[in-house]
Design a protein around this ligand. Structure first.
Ligand code: AMP
Ligand code: MG
Length: 487
């Protein structure tokens, strides 16, 4: 099978990466392949047998035209700067130009050590690989910008973590793998000239229209801030908790990247944390906008040498961009919530209504996903779904009454509005207890439950009678859900 690689980073950015190779897996076996995504990318895999796919997407066979490399990057991890991170367990095979003209990275994750592995083994276990596959595909189905998953291949090798696990390799597709931490690495070690080169490359790849701006690097800062605001507003609207919002896990493309200890909350609680390594709750649900803001301040710092080189006075403008994030995020967040609540044009009363909703959600703790579906069901004249979510049937009656009053602003019929809300509020998300179940089965060699759940999360909006159990949260009395870092 041929992949038409066009490796711009390799060609244009020498000195910004380290050439690297994949380890040879002992017995590659295809676990799952994303034919739909392959077709979007212009990869003609329809007639390729599983064995060939397993070899190509585990690093056993290097496809023609690949120019494998590991990216250098740094990053603030839990607030502390690490000047030397980089792809320690990932390998860029190359870039492809999709038929629609978009450029994508094709990267193997878990394919063995690179020059940046430090003490790590460069490998990945099957659980985290399939978790990333499942959750990234769910995010894509819910229209959240995200890296995608093309393939997962079992390597036949064991990977030692707290115990031994079957190893696997994920093929990740991304608009690019340029991170805030990539800029931080070159700002910290090399200075303005390198930052300018990286910024120019990033602009050409993601924001070509900014090349003509008076100060393109300042314009890049503004564009990346906007995408991060949109991204985190999306996450917040879905109850998604990324879990490790370190600056090395922030893609400047605005895609969700590096699915590790991520999770969706069931019952609403603003302080929800699932990651075993986030003891202080730095990356709790409710902290995500503030952390995004902090990460963008670090991005601005890394870009400053480039911004300053074009015009020293623009340093002040960069500070203003960062200072304005709180308000910019708030505006985007209110728009996200208006859509979830079936409200149309903005109105001065939106902020009060939406803030009041989150106070009530915190007080009564309904299932966050089902709550919005139950609101739409109210519009259809059925209160039973809402009542079932609340500690007392009328617990949220005052808030619901004020929401209802605001709906009258637009002449939409209740049924039309309910349909619009259902199209904006998923019914099926990767529920934590289900994810654990299917990953446990996959680890034992049974992929069927994983594939069934994958089908469910790829169709999140339309209700299906035979999927009723997939809509339900896990048992409330279960021990708090904990996820472990995606190594
Ligand atoms: P993460 O917290 O997963 O985003 O990873 C942070 C850093 O640790 C990155 O530089 C990774 O490449 C590196 N890393 C994580 N796991 C491994 C591993 N098993 N082997 C080598 N490097 C790793
Ligand atoms: Mg990472």
């Amino acid at each position: 099978m041929d992949i038409a690689f066009d490796n711009s980073f390799h060609r244009e950015m020498e000195g910004f990466y380290a050439p690297a190779e994949a380890a040879v897996p002992s017995a590659p076996k295809l676990l799952v392949f994303n034919q739909t995504l392959a077709a979007t990318l212009g990869i003609d895999a329809a007639n390729v047998d599983d064995d060939s796919l397993a070899h190509l997407f585990s690093g056993a066979t290097l496809p023609g035209g690949a120019a494998p490399l590991a990216f250098a990057y740094a990053g603030h991890q839990f607030g502390h700067f690490s000047s030397q991170l980089g792809d320690g367990r990932a390998l860029l095979l190359g870039e492809i130009l999709a038929p629609d003209g978009r450029r994508f990275d094709v990267q193997l994750k878990g394919s063995g050590p690179t020059p940046f592995s430090r003490n790590g083994d460069g490998k990945a276990a099957i659980g985290p690989v399939l978790r990333e596959f499942l959750v990234s595909e769910a995010m894509a189905a819910m229209h959240v910008p995200t890296t995608r998953s093309l393939a997962a291949v079992a390597t036949g090798d064991r990977v030692q973590r707290e115990r031994a696990h079957p190893g696997a390799v994920l093929t990740r597709i991304a608009g690019s793998h340029i991170r805030v931490g990539t800029f931080q690495f070159f700002a910290a070690h090399f200075g303005a000239e390198h930052v300018i080169r990286l910024s120019n490359y990033t602009i050409a790849r993601h924001f070509p229209e900014l090349a003509a701006a008076a100060n393109p690097h300042l314009a890049l800062l503004a564009a990346v801030i906007e995408r991060q605001c949109l991204l985190v507003a999306n996450w917040m609207g879905l109850g998604f908790i990324h879990g490790v919002m370190n600056t090395d896990n922030v893609a400047v493309s605005g895609e969700t990247i590096d699915y590790g200890p991520c999770a969706f909350m069931d019952r609403f609680a603003v302080h929800s944390v699932f990651s075993s390594i986030d003891a202080n709750g730095r990356y709790a649900y409710g902290n995500q906008p503030a952390i995004m803001n902090w990460n963008m301040a670090r991005f601005a710092e890394a870009l400053l040498p480039a911004i300053h080189a074009v015009n020293p006075q623009d340093v002040e403008a960069a500070k203003v961009l960062v200072a304005d994030i709180v308000e910019q995020f708030r505006t985007i967040w209110l728009a996200t919530m208006r859509q979830k609540l079936g409200l149309g044009a903005p109105h001065s009363s939106d902020a009060g209504l939406i803030d009041g909703l989150f106070d009530a959600l915190e007080q009564y703790g309904p299932d966050f996903t089902l709550f919005f579906r139950a609101l739409a069901t109210l519009l259809r004249g059925d209160a039973s779904a809402m009542q079932a979510l609340l500690p007392e049937p009328d617990a949220m009656a005052p808030w619901i009454a004020s929401w209802w009053a605001q709906l009258e602003r637009e002449p939409l019929s209740p049924l039309e509005r309910a349909a619009a809300m259902d199209a904006a509020n998923p019914l099926y998300i990767p529920r934590n207890h289900r994810v654990e179940e299917v990953l446990g089965a996959a680890e034992q060699g049974d992929l069927a439950p994983f594939l069934a759940l994958l089908e469910v999360v790829r169709a999140p909006y339309a209700e299906r009678a035979d999927w009723a159990h997939h809509a339900q949260p896990g048992p409330a009395e279960a021990a708090p859900y904990v996820t472990f870092c995606g190594t």
